[in-house]
Design a protein around this ligand. Sequence first.
Ligand SMILES: Cc1cc2nc3c(=O)[nH]c(=O)nc-3n(C[C@H](O)[C@H](O)[C@H](O)COP(=O)(O)OP(=O)(O)OC[C@H]3O[C@@H](n4cnc5c(N)ncnc54)[C@H](O)[C@@H]3O)c2cc1C
Ligand code: SF4
Length: 338
Amino acid sequence: MKPFAYTRAETVADAVAALAASPGAQFLAGGTNLVDLMKYDVAHPEAIVDINPLPLKEIEALADGGLRIGALASNSAVAYDDRVQARFPLLASAILAGASPQLRNAATTGGNLLQRTRCPYFYDPSTPCNKREPGSGCAAIGGLTRMHAILGASDKCIAVHPSDMCVALAALDATVEVVGPDSARDIAFTDFHRLPGDTPHRDNILERGELVTGIRLEANHFAGHSTYLKLRDRLSYAFALVSVAAAMEIADGRIIDLRVTLGGVAHKPWRDPLAEAEFAGAPAEDETFRQVADRLLLEARGQGGNDFKIPLARRAIVRALRQAASGTPQSQTIKAIQ
Ligand SMILES: Cc1cc2nc3c(=O)[nH]c(=O)nc-3n(C[C@H](O)[C@H](O)[C@H](O)COP(=O)(O)OP(=O)(O)OC[C@H]3O[C@@H](n4cnc5c(N)ncnc54)[C@H](O)[C@@H]3O)c2cc1C
Ligand code: SF4
């Protein structure tokens, strides 16, 4: 047991100030990832700033038909919110594909964005890991790579971001609201997480001391044609091998607007808006969906143990787009399983 200081912040300003006051401090939200990392001897915060008293649990309707989700809204509260289910079923479905009911009750929206990779070597302090200890090497390269990246990896790190919720938020072009010691800013969701490059210890572009306060979603026309498809080793309580958030606006059988984001394949939710734009006007049919898959996976490279992910992702993209085009209901958003 390593001792740490513990404070509860009552206001956003207090939380940000408390973190700035201690270089080794970390925010605590639901604790479902941070506390595990402390137990595994991977995270050693000198101080914990508990942000649970902050007034950031609300889900508010915005004038344009969008929603603002407070950073402390639990994953369950978001997934079962009537407005989320009606306007953003893709998000509800992605959240419900993750973890377990107990975990989703505790886990928060902000914490889900900031959760760390599930690379097994990252959780094992006896192995080299550039993400845990910069410059120490990467035990995954040449090791067991079943869960690792096929897109955007570097020779320093081949880990993937494990979130389901974030895959949907990237597809929906969400905005992350952030407050720091000196100012507040908005970050486009697709810019929030980063690729590993030479600095894999940085998962995202947050500066030291910045607090995520909420997520904004603008109104869109995707509710009737969206799907979250997650493929994994078990039917529940497992991280994605490959997941696909697919959303389309369709008129007269043709694609007006297309969104495809992949999870489980890269250090961040993988989206390519330029590739999506190439399919505007194309018929919403299997041949187009196969072309979308080929285009998105053009640069995909396996690491040996995860080569199977490339054909798996190709088939998953086609299936998700087919389901989205035909308006297949999102069975996982049914309230009865709450
Ligand atoms: C067994 C298990 C299975 C899981 N399966 C899945 C799955 O299938 N899919 C999936 O998506 N997730 C899964 N999860 C992950 C789970 O969703 C995350 O642990 C959870 O979302 C983290 O939220 P939290 O509020 O508990 O964060 P915490 O553990 O409290 O914090 C996580 C990190 O975020 C930081 N942080 C928290 N809130 C903020 C904020 N507002 N601003 C800035 N920094 C902040 C903390 O300092 C910490 O570094 C699983 C977790 C477990 C334990
Ligand atoms: S893949 Fe990344 S997280 Fe995993 S061991 Fe290598 S550096 Fe660490």
